[in-house]
Design a protein around this ligand. Structure first.
Ligand SMILES: Cc1cc2nc3c(=O)[nH]c(=O)nc-3n(C[C@H](O)[C@H](O)[C@H](O)COP(=O)(O)O)c2cc1C
Length: 191
């Protein structure tokens, strides 16, 4: 598996689900393998700050984060698709982020990208929360973070400019993967 897409929307059939499918199809069209994870289907308890992971290099909490950590360690690129909640990311994504403390140092040089979807306010703060997470892990962030504007289920298909930005993001992530893996240095002027 190469590209892991983590969708943190609690809502079934909403805009994040649509965009997650869209991104997956674009990577697959370029021949990459994709794994999609919907955080709402996993039990993720909050980090307790016990710091046991400093001693044993793994988390003592016994929940579904074990499965997700395996996926994180295996992927080459991580794409987070998240709704904006109260000008930030939803609590389930924050719990996921905090629980990766036990694998710090082990996501180094994986490629990270983020797409946030909200009605109108707080996109940049949500993008910043995810990019800070990537940078804390020494991941490679080669795209600015995409803001899509949508509220009701399905609205996101009307954000044509945002959808184009996602296509560019997919090519940029592929370019970075090739660079990191020692292949070609550039795809040229991306579409
Ligand atoms: C609890 C909650 C808080 C929200 N807060 C914001 C917000 O701060 N800014 C914003 O632009 N949209 C906000 N929204 C709207 C959602 O981001 C928007 O409906 C988005 O499409 C949700 O993703 P989904 O369709 O995958 O559920 C909020 C929605 C909910 C349910």
């Amino acid at each position: 598996m190469v590209v892991l897409i983590v969708n943190s929307s609690p809502r079934v059939g909403g805009n994040c689900d649509l965009i997650t499918d869209f991104i997956a199809s674009r990577f697959e069209r370029e021949g990459l393998r994709v794994d999609v994870v919907k955080l709402r289907e996993f039990r993720i308890s909050p980090c307790m700050g016990c710091r046991e992971c400093l001693v044993r290099a793994s988390c003592i909490i016994n929940d579904d984060m074990k499965v997700l950590i395996e996926k994180l360690l295996k992927c080459r690129a991580l794409i987070i698709v998240t709704p904006v909640y109260f000008n930030n990311v939803p609590s389930i994504l924050k719990a996921f982020i905090d629980r990766t403390w036990c694998i710090r140092g082990r996501l180094r040089n994986k490629v990270g990208a983020v797409v946030v979807i909200g009605r109108r306010y707080g996109h940049e703060l949500a993008i910043n929360a995810v990019i800070s997470f990537y940078l804390k892990h020494d991941m490679i962030v080669g795209t600015r973070g995409i803001a899509l504007y949508a509220y009701e289920k399905g609205d996101v298909v009307n954000d044509r400019e945002g959808l184009k930005d996602i296509e560019r993001m997919v090519y940029r992530v592929i370019e970075l993967l090739r660079i990191v893996e020692g292949g070609i240095t550039s795809l040229g002027n991306l579409r």
